[in-house]
Design a protein around this ligand. Structure first.
Ligand code: AMP
Length: 598
């Protein structure tokens, strides 16, 4: 495939806001493709070179890309910088610069394969002299690029490709190209993706033998499985009702989810909820897991929480979050804030894939292969049949440092539903019944200039929830409370790569912030209640036409949900459920004054 064809498709994708139109463009783009170009195009379109879990980074900073643009267009760097400021992004700038230059038509047009290969070389350049190598490769590519190609090349290397193709839209397109476009076909493709987390594998299998060849995509140690997710219910009564009166309840540990892949030879790779590799953060787990899990290879899952080395008690989550990205001093961190992994599931044991077994069987397997110790233990679990038993268990979980309980179905069909949120698992956090005590995970889509003490920096942010049905991020609050100086100062560098010159098409809000951001950074907020709002767009029309939800008195909890991607934010549907459960409580206890917050 010519790279110009891909760039032309991106141009069209960028011009549309409609998911349906996007799908049509994607279908046209993918239909003629065959491996290996097919996989490359799938990765490139998502702004990646390899599946996300491999963590391949191009390592191209703004300044490096600017240098390459200057060299390729023979325009001084300062001038490139000035024009970029004017236009908004370096991609559009290089596009315009190339357009202004009358260049000879090349007899050596860029191909997808060629570009992909060069981008791989950029990613592979490491260590001394690597910057020069990266500049040279990028300069060469831009020297051969058409204006449109140049624009998307630069955006790709900077990680700011804005064509907005999400995995779910790609799965829709694949269903249309390689199956009959039906719902059952879509589900089958999605579940294969949930198990493998790699679109190329799915697409290649579909090309080879249609839906039937998806069956051979199984679990593989080292390739993360998309995590099973939990629903919520407003009371323990309703939790039990959902589970037909009998459930396994577990402590809900408040830490970081860890999916541990342990190879036969004892090599360990850890993945976060977002499928990023986190092995380097937890050397003690990498060391201890092969000893604690007796039957290898294995894929097990648990929650990692900090443990007080003196008292063996669970400590607040914030302490483990401080270890994220801390490359040096890990040894110190390890002794100061040691962690313990509480295992709650097993997907692979020995050569046997056990994820398809129902929960009672999986738990039995887990118990039989884990030798609990200092760093690796089993999540505390009990089977309950009454609300009283569940309530007592909840109290126990809270007292032990948990944030609530996880109720899990024991019924037929309670297999590990990879990548799916359903009522097989229901989370229930403390005090849920007395107002909106549950937190909300919101995506930053805008920033507001600060005043007074915060003059010259951001003072607040516009947060959005996510609506998977519409693939839109809809605002629900403006939050400025809860940030201390350090937390506020830490925001601009995090948000930098998501800066948007105008409202991104996937964002909906009746409020116009001083600065727009593409959805990327997820913050945890709490608030007093969800109210109906004419200016916010979250779950628009769910209760009344043209009315969305707003969070009243929002406060940042101090927790940046690093492990969550924008589409992992609280969904519109969850907001509706939270709103409804709030109303139910109010009618149940009409004499009560509004609950105290925090
Ligand atoms: P939330 O992040 O609030 O949506 O809650 C779901 C998360 O709770 C899961 O992704 C896990 O990281 C965590 N968790 C803690 N304890 C358990 C448990 N016993 N079973 C399943 N998930 C748990």
């Amino acid at each position: 495939m010519r790279f110009s064809e891909l760039a032309a498709a991106y141009e069209r994708l960028e011009a549309t806001k409609k998911r349906l139109e996007m799908r049509v463009i994607l279908v046209e783009m993918l239909r003629p493709l065959r491996p290996p170009d097919l996989g490359r195009v799938l990765y490139l379109s998502q702004g990646m070179l390899r599946p996300e879990y491999e963590g391949v980074e191009l390592g191209v900073a703004d300044s490096l890309a600017r240098k390459a643009v200057a060299l390729a267009t023979h325009v001084p760097e300062a001038e490139v910088a000035r024009r970029t400021k004017e236009v908004g992004d370096l991609g559009s700038t290089v596009g315009r610069l190339l357009e202004e230059q009358s260049r000879l038509a090349t007899d050596d047009p860029l191909t997808v394969a060629g570009v992909y290969h060069e981008l791989e070389a950029i990613a592979a350049a490491k260590g001394a002299g690597s910057q020069e190598v990266k500049v040279r490769i990028l300069t060469d590519l831009l020297g051969r690029a058409t204006p449109v190609e140049g624009k998307f090349l630069v955006r790709f290397v900077l990680g700011t490709l804005r064509v907005g193709v999400r995995e779910m839209t790609i799965l829709d397109a694949l269903t249309e190209v390689y199956a009959d476009g039906s719902k059952p076909a879509r589900l089958r493709i999605e579940s294969a993706f949930n198990l493998s987390s790699d679109l190329r594998l799915i697409a290649d299998a579909l090309v080879e033998g249609g839906l039937a060849s998806l069956d051979r995509i199984g679990l593989e140690v080292g390739r993360p499985v998309r995590p099973m997710l939990a629903e919520r219910e407003p009371s323990l009564d309703e939790v039990l009702k959902r589970m037909d009166g009998r459930a396994a309840v577990e402590y809900k540990y408040d830490g970081l989810r860890v999916q541990a892949h342990i190879a036969r030879d004892g090599t360990v790779r850890l993945f976060s909820r977002r499928l990023e590799e986190t092995s380097a953060q937890f050397p003690e787990l990498v060391r201890d897991l092969p000893k604690a899990v007796t039957h290898l290879p294995a894929i097990v899952e648990g929650e990692c929480v900090p443990i007080d080395p003196e008292t063996d008690e669970i400590r607040p989550f914030q302490e483990v979050s401080r270890r994220r990205g801390r490359k040096h001093d890990l040894e110190k961190a390890e002794s100061e804030i040691p962690v313990c992994l509480f295992l709650f599931d097993v997907l692979l044991s020995g050569e046997t894939a056990v994820w398809e077994k129902d929960l009672p069987d999986r738990r039995a397997v887990l118990a039989s292969i884990v030798r609990p110790g200092e760093r690796v233990r089993l999540a505390t679990q009990r089977v309950v049949t009454t609300t009283e038993e569940a309530t007592a268990f909840l109290d126990e979980a809270i007292a032990a440092g948990g944030e609530g309980l996880m109720a899990k179905s024991l019924a037929v069909g309670s297999s590990y539903h990879a990548g799916a949120r359903g009522f097989w698992w229901i989370k229930y956090k403390r005090d849920y019944t007395v107002g909106l005590t549950d937190s909300i995970d919101g995506v930053v889509v805008g920033g507001f200039q600060g005043r007074g003490r915060r003059a010259g920096q951001y003072g607040a942010f516009l947060l959005a929830s996510y609506d998977p049905a519409k693939d839109r991020f809809e605002s629900f609050c403006k939050v400025g409370t809860g940030f201390d100086d350090a937390a506020m100062a830490a925001m601009p560098p995090r948000l930098h790569r998501f800066l948007a010159p105008e409202k991104p098409p996937e964002v909906e809000s009746g409020i116009v912030p001083d600065q727009w951001f593409r959805p990327g950074v997820v913050l945890e907020v709490r608030g007093a209640e969800l109210t109906l709002s004419p200016v916010h767009r979250a779950a628009l029309g769910a209760i009344r036409p043209e009315v969305g939800f707003a969070l009243r008195f929002p406060r940042f909890t101090g927790r940046i949900r690093e492990e969550k991607g924008p589409t992992d934010a609280t969904t519109a549907l969850e907001l509706v459920e939270m709103y409804r459960s709030q109303v139910r409580q109010a009618t149940a206890e009409p004499a009560e004054s509004p609950p105290e917050k925090e």
